[in-house]
Design a protein around this ligand. Sequence first.
Ligand code: HSE
Length: 429
Amino acid sequence: MTVALPPDAERDVRSRTVAAPASLDVALLGCGTVGSAFAGLAQLEPPDRAVRITHALVRDHGRDRPTLLPDVRRIYDGRSIFATSPDVVVELLGGIEPARTLVLEALHRGIPVVTANKSLLAAHGGELREAATRTATPLLYEAAVIAGVPFLGTFSRRPFAARVTGFTGIVNGTSNYVLTRARNERIGIAPALADAQRLGLAEPNPADDIDGIDAAEKLIVLLQQFAAVNVAPADVETDGIGRITAADIDDARALGGTIKPVIAADWSERLRAFAGPAFLGRRHLLASVDSAENALILEGPRGRMVFRGPGAGPDVTAATVLDDVHEAARATIPVTLPSLRRAQPSAPETPWFIRVTAPRLPRRIEIADLLASHGVYLQRTQRGSAGHAEGCAALTLPCSRPRIERALRALGAAARCDVRLLRALEDGA
Ligand code: HSE
């Protein structure tokens, strides 16, 4: 969809008042799980903070939306939201289009935008930030990453006090919930995922959670925020939890750790990043972050900062979006978002968790020797845990992905074995 701006759009931008109006007229784009929760919550606002949803863009004509008051105008064509001038546009459509076009048009018109759409920010963050800066219009997205623990706004306001050079985190509640249930109750991915969907945690396409796409998008948004770089989703090493088995989880436990869906990035020297399931030693700060909880460890020259709490779910996300609506309307926030430099992260060198299974497993010392001849050194090994006696699990010293893959190809050729490979993170995070 392309949108022609009205001739007076530029003038509207410059003349936008920054005084908070008595009641805020909100155009709501998207009335799915989070949009409906937002509508329900907005109605509970006290009269002196009244948020009035005037228009709601809905995609499914037939669906009942009990949280939308009868006087909210349902619209089916996004451009109609600009017919009356909303004070704030709240974009909860998800996905790229029409969200991108409508958010850009709102920014061009000087209408503050609140969004929770990490896919949009990951793919078009540079363009949206540039439009927000050019028109001096707030663009707030606190709910896009760990919605239940508001921290992005603080960092926007305090860029010098809170300098960051890297982070490690668990930012996808669904995959953390699924792995936690799989570990504690020894159930499969499918029933745990069905429960995550019932709780409203999962994405409309839950493959985005399970395949690590949602986590990688959040990683990119965090890189935009903290490293001022723009990274293409295809350039981030991304893996999902779909292939993790009960045997992997048992052997991780036997090696003194657990498997968690993590993201990690560091730009103290070269930019490095990945998103995927990883072995964490049990003393790692993220190892005890269970169920749908999220956490983020930020590393900086002045030390480490840790944020931990509810990740997503319709109610926490709606509450954070509502706070952003008030913040956007007050316009006390800086509207100049640092412009982004294009960057291509490389994959980091980390220790690795490997799990080898074969009808006739070589002795552990033979496996260690063969891997060492390819420059991969084991720091700990473990015979397969109960029920997986044909297996052997090990943790390596840090090395690159190409190096470990080369060594494992050689092992596979020598011993006809199956290998599971996951990154491992050091205990200190
Ligand atoms: N599906 C996401 C999660 C929702 O499980 O974390 C919040 O982005």
